[in-house]
Design a protein around this ligand. Sequence first.
Ligand SMILES: [Zn+2]
Length: 274
Amino acid sequence: MEPFQYQILEGIPFFRLTAWEKKYPHLVAGFSARVKERDNYQQNYALHVGENPEQVLDNRQKLSDALGMSLSSWTCGEQVHGVSIQEAKASDRGKGNRSRTDAFADTDGLLTDQENLLLAAYYADCVPLYFYSPDLEVVAVAHAGWKGTVGKIGPNMIEELVRRGANREQIEVAIGPSIGSCCYEVDENVINPLREALSKDPSEEIAKPTDKSHWRLDLKLANRELFRLAEIPDRNILVTSYCTSCEDSFFYSHRRDHGDTGRMVALIGKRNKS
Ligand SMILES: [Zn+2]
């Protein structure tokens, strides 16, 4: 079953990660969508693209209100297609929420055990990875394009959680909307490091050859395979079926829109229990 369910929240299109929100009612988790009839930045949530930061802040504010969270809880990394992971402590709450200058520098993965702290990361085709460790009560998010994927930001986050005491058998992972193999052809510059990351040739399901030097790559399944290799049980790995490039009524796509496009936001956090 599709783990993400489309909803209109107070006029705002949004995919809730209902598979987790139902199981863990104190979690807030999901992925924003766009309104196709409007321009390519109307539903933009990232400050590093477009020319209208006020619109971005307005979008963030309205989505926060609709989710019953505050914009001051949004906490963001700079995102540089790297593999650095940082822990957001209470004093980090709000980093990057209104300006990119105070976001966690050089950071593509964030984790926290704090309540009322919403981890936010931005995407247009790259893979949003969501994590929840129920025993530690830690949530996490990572930004995995092909570089983050072959750099193993997913497995690295698992090891961060395990190092903090998480039971590997209980860690839950969700792989969100991103470009599908239907729309993503790559060459050996991507496949060679992927082969290294997997320590084997990728299966045809992950990377299907189209000729001698090109492959159709499924980044979602590449990340799933990396989680399997990190010994996350299959029952704890959810994968969306949405392709950001195909589903143009829902998503921006960097590749489809030739770079001239907004960003969706992946959010995960815990509500105050009190
Ligand atoms: Zn597609």
